[in-house]
Design a protein around this ligand. Structure first.
Ligand code: ZN
Ligand code: ZN
Length: 357
C-alpha cells in the first residue's frame, strides 16, 4: 500500500507554502514515478519565493529541483528503471532535438526543470521523464554510509560546478579561485581540487571559509578585509610560493552577489577563465575589454548535461567530494521554517527536505 502523496505549493511570492494532497500520480510511457528521498533547498528556490524571480510554469507551483529517490512505477518505455535509486537531473533535456544531438543538452529548448517548468521535489512523489536519470548503486551507497537523501544535492549543487570545472578545463597544477564557498562554491572547491587544481577559497564569511579549509581549499581569504588589489596580490604571492602560474587562473564566481562578481572579475589575468556559476539579478559595471586585453574568457553554464552526472556521482561515492558534512536534513513538513531560515542565512549547511513515507 502506497503512502499518501502530497506536495507543497507556492501560491504567491512570500506567501506560506501550502500542503496539497495529490490524486495518485501515474507515469506516462516515457516517464517514471519517484518516491522522493530528499530535495535540496537551492538559492534559486529562494529567488523564486522571496525575490519574485518568475518560474516558467505559472503559480501555484511546487518548487525544488535537487531530487533523489526511488523509482516505484514506470511507463512502458522505462521499465529498466523499476525499483532503482536515482538522482533526477536539475535540468532534464529532451534527448532528441538538434541541441541534444550535438551534446548541448543544457540549452535544449524542450528541457524540463522540476520546480520551474514542472512541479518540483518538495513533495512525497514526482513524475519525471526517464531520460537523463542517474542511477545510484545502493549497495555501494550503503557501504559509504551516505544517505540517498544526501545525494539529492548532486542535482545542481554538485553537478553545476562539476560541469563548470569540465568546461573550464581544470587540470593538475591549475590555480583555481572559488569566490563564494557556501553551498555550490563548497562543492566547486572540492571538485576543482579533485581535478588536480590548487584552490584558493574567497568569501566574506569566516565560518564558510573554515568549512572548506580542510576540504578542498589550500588557502582561504576573507574578501571583506581586503581591497580587490590586495586580494589579487595575496593570491599572486600564494601562487609564487607554490610555484604556480601567474596567469591562466581559473576563477569560479559562485557567490551570486554583486560584490562577489566584481571581485571575481577583478581577478582576471592573462589567459584567465571566469566561470559564472552563481546567479543574481543585480548588474555590475565592468570593463569588458579586460577580456580582450588579457586574452581571457568568461563562460556561464546552466545546469549540467545528464551524461556527466555519473562522473560527478563517482567523485562523491569514492569520497573525493564530501556531501554529508555540508548537508542538513529536515522534515519536509517544516518547509516554511526552513525556507525562512535559509533566507536569513541561519543554516550551516544546505538544507535537504525529507518527506515521511
Ligand atoms: Zn539550484
Ligand atoms: Zn533537446
Amino acid at each position: 500500500m502506497r503512502g499518501e502523496q502530497v506536495r507543497w505549493m507556492m501560491t504567491a511570492r512570500g506567501e506560506p507554502l501550502v500542503q496539497v494532497k495529490l490524486d495518485t500520480l501515474s507515469p506516462g510511457p516515457d516517464e517514471v514515478l519517484i518516491e522522493i528521498a530528499g530535495c535540496g533547498v537551492c538559492h534559486s528556490d529562494l529567488g523564486y519565493y522571496y525575490d519574485g524571480i518568475r518560474t516558467m510554469h505559472g503559480l501555484p507551483l511546487t518548487l525544488g529541483h535537487e531530487i533523489s529517490g526511488h523509482v516505484i512505477e514506470t511507463g512502458g518505455n522505462a521499465l529498466w528503471w523499476v525499483d532503482r535509486a536515482v538522482v533526477v537531473p536539475a535540468v532534464i533535456p529532451c534527448g532528441h532535438c538538434d541541441a541534444c544531438r550535438r551534446g548541448k543538452a543544457t540549452i535544449c529548448p524542450h528541457q524540463k526543470m522540476p520546480g520551474n517548468d514542472i512541479h518540483g521535489g518538495f513533495a512525497t512523489h514526482i513524475v519525471v521523464p526517464a531520460h537523463g536519470l542517474c542511477a545510484v548503486d545502493e549497495r555501494r551507497l550503503a557501504a559509504t554510509g551516505i544517505d540517498l537523501a544526501d545525494l539529492s544535492v548532486i542535482a545542481d549543487a554538485v553537478t553545476t560546478p562539476y560541469q563548470a570545472a569540465v568546461q573550464a578545463g581544470v587540470t593538475a597544477g591549475d590555480l583555481v579561485v572559488v569566490n563564494g564557498v557556501g553551498g555550490v562554491g563548497g562543492y566547486a572547491a572540492q571538485i576543482a581540487s579533485a581535478f588536480g587544481g590548487v584552490v584558493v577559497a574567497v568569501d566574506v564569511n569566516d565560518d564558510k571559509l573554515a568549512a572548506v579549509a580542510g576540504q578542498g581549499a589550500a588557502l582561504t581569504l576573507n574578501a571583506k578585509e581586503k581591497t580587490p588589489r590586495d586580494l589579487k596580490a595575496a593570491i599572486a604571492a600564494f601562487a609564487k610560493e607554490r610555484g604556480l602560474r601567474q596567469s591562466e587562473w581559473i576563477i569560479f564566481e559562485c557567490s551570486g552577489t554583486r560584490a562577489g562578481q566584481e571581485t571575481a572579475f577583478s581577478l582576471i589575468n592573462h589567459g584567465a577563465t571566469l566561470a559564472v556559476v552563481g546567479f543574481t539579478m543585480d548588474k555590475i559595471e565592468i570593463r569588458l575589454s579586460n577580456l580582450m586585453a588579457f586574452h581571457a574568457r568568461a563562460v556561464g553554464n546552466w545546469g549540467c548535461p545528464p551524461e556527466l552526472y555519473p562522473q560527478a556521482l563517482e567523485l562523491v561515492l569514492d569520497g573525493r567530494v564530501k556531501v554529508t558534512p555540508f548537508v542538513e536534513k529536515h522534515p519536509l513538513s517544516e518547509i516554511n521554517r526552513i525556507f525562512a531560515a535559509a533566507h536569513a542565512g541561519a543554516l550551516k549547511g544546505r538544507a535537504v527536505l525529507v518527506p515521511t513515507h
